[in-house]
Design a protein around this ligand. Structure first.
Ligand code: HEM
Length: 431
């Protein structure tokens, strides 16, 4: 192992103080199954102990329940897809004699974990909606997705799907669409917009995973495509990565707001098919960053695919703002300045995002936004009004978005809580 690699991992490991280490003999045995291009397994296990071993196992795991559905669908003929969509929107109980893999997938998604409380469905939404939508748009496009794409394992899958380099704008819009649906109050309840969208995305992932494997993905070197560790890393992009960027724009959250946010995202993790071993117990950004350090120890530096995806995203980010007239128009110059402001010069230089004179204004703007945010929080009626206004704006924004392809293909959404409602009668969609 090179000295540079050792010191990087050691620094990350220091964050995990308190987690036990296992003996070197066990580590050596494990390294034989550690994917060759996903970091130094022996070193990771030596430094992170049981949590490192868990990550090593998870590098080999996709999403068994969703993957089984993808394997089952071809045998169901034309009805398979309709059955699945009906089950996602109206529940397992709406299907007569459901096929086994679809039934197992829906049963698991519909099982409410014991840690869920009514607040799970509203708390994270309130934290999110207390922050203006334009700030979320900056954060999603310039921080979260940039970080997602910086993983060669993730970028490799995305570029391999062929479409992405040419459709990073679509990806940006559809991810915004998905996030806003999930962050509406109550939308993650069974049958709600966020619930349905998340299960649809999970199925998209399973299909992309199967296609990637069929194309001859090097599992020995890279682990399972679109695997658990990469899912967990992307989950973290919406949390410590996004909220650090929001902090740089002036929007800090209280400890309670952050705790609410994580509880809600535990549930999103559940719906996305992420192993609870990653997220349960993570209630603040500090713990999330410790997990991210471990997950990042399995990644190499961003590669040419990463650079291509980030460049396209930065180039297309201004389009997100001018999409439907809801967000303020933002110049490409401001986008570049914001990229540098939220990611820092080192990352901006790496991705070749040029410096901009507009950057000098951003710290002042953040200061003013932060003061205004604190002031609103100290006056509860203003705070409630802010949350309600952002919810309404998000609703309007969604209504004016071109319908995402993954929504159109699945027959649209249901409203939250309608699992008790009547599913449309569709003879052909029942077995
Ligand atoms: C928290 C984890 C994740 C979330 C919330 C998420 C979200 C989404 C969303 C909203 C879409 C639909 C919009 C679109 O097509 O762009 C999507 C599609 C996709 N995602 Fe993810 N994603 C996650 C993790 C990942 C990871 C780790 C990978 C790759 C390693 C990945 C690969 C893909 C691919 C290939 C598609 C497109 C599938 C298709 O269009 O056929 N995603 N994801």
């Amino acid at each position: 192992m090179s000295l540079i690699k050792m010191s990087t991992i050691t620094r990350r490991a220091a964050l995990f103080a308190g987690l036990g280490c296992i003996g070197l003999g066990q580590a050596t045995a494990l390294a034989t199954t550690w994917p060759a291009a996903r970091g130094d397994g022996e070193e990771i296990v030596r430094l992170y102990g049981e949590r490192g071993r868990f990550v090593g196992r998870m590098l080999h795991v996709g999403d068994p329940l969703a993957d089984a559905v993808v394997a089952e669908l071809p045998g169901l003929g034309e009805d398979g897809h309709r059955l699945l969509q009906r089950g996602i929107a109206y529940g397992l109980a709406s299907l007569t004699d459901p096929p086994p893999a679809i039934a197992a997938f829906l049963r698991s998604a519909e099982t409410v974990p014991p840690w869920v409380t009514p607040r799970t469905f509203t708390g994270g939404s309130r934290t999110f909606m207390s922050i203006p939508l334009p700030a979320h748009a900056v954060t999603l496009s310039l921080a979260a997705l940039t970080h997602t794409y910086s993983s060669p394992a993730i970028a490799g899958v995305l570029v391999g799907t062929g479409e992405l380099i040419n459709s990073t704008k679509r990806r940006l819009v559809e991810t915004t669409d998905w996030l806003l649906r999930c962050m509406q109050p109550g939308a993650l309840r069974r049958g709600g917009k966020g619930y349905v969208a998340t299960l649809q995305v999970r199925m998209l992932h399973a299909q992309a995973r199967a296609r990637t494997l069929a194309r001859g993905w090097n599992v020995g070197a890279l682990g399972h495509p679109l695997g658990q560790v990469d899912l967990a890393r992307t989950w973290l992009d919406f949390l410590p990565i996004s909220y650090a960027a929001l902090g740089k724009l002036g929007y800090d959250c209280t400890a309670d707001e952050v705790a609410d946010l994580y509880r809600t995202w535990w549930y999103i993790g559940h719906l996305l098919g992420i192993d609870p071993g990653f997220y349960l117990g993570i209630t603040d950004h500090q713990a999330a960053r410790r997990l991210l350090a471990l997950v990042d120890a399995t990644n190499r530096a961003p590669d040419a695919n990463s650079k291509a995806l980030v460049t396209q995203t930065v180039a297309g980010a201004a389009d997100l703002f001018s999409l439907n007239g809801i967000l303020p128009t933002v110049s490409r110059e401001t986008i570049r300045a914001s990229f540098r402001h939220v990611n820092g010069d080192r990352i901006a230089d790496f991705f070749g995002v040029p410096a901009s004179p507009a950057q000098a204004l951003l710290p002042l703007a953040a200061l003013a936004a932060g003061e205004e945010h604190q002031l609103a929080r100290s006056f509860p009626p203003a705070w409630e009004a802010r949350i309600k206004a952002n919810e309404a704006l998000a609703e309007t924004f969604l209504a004016l978005l071109p319908t995402s392809a993954y929504v159109t293909n699945s027959g649209g959404y249901h409203d939250a809580g309608v699992m008790t409602g009547t599913a449309p009668t569709a003879g052909s969609s029942q077995r």
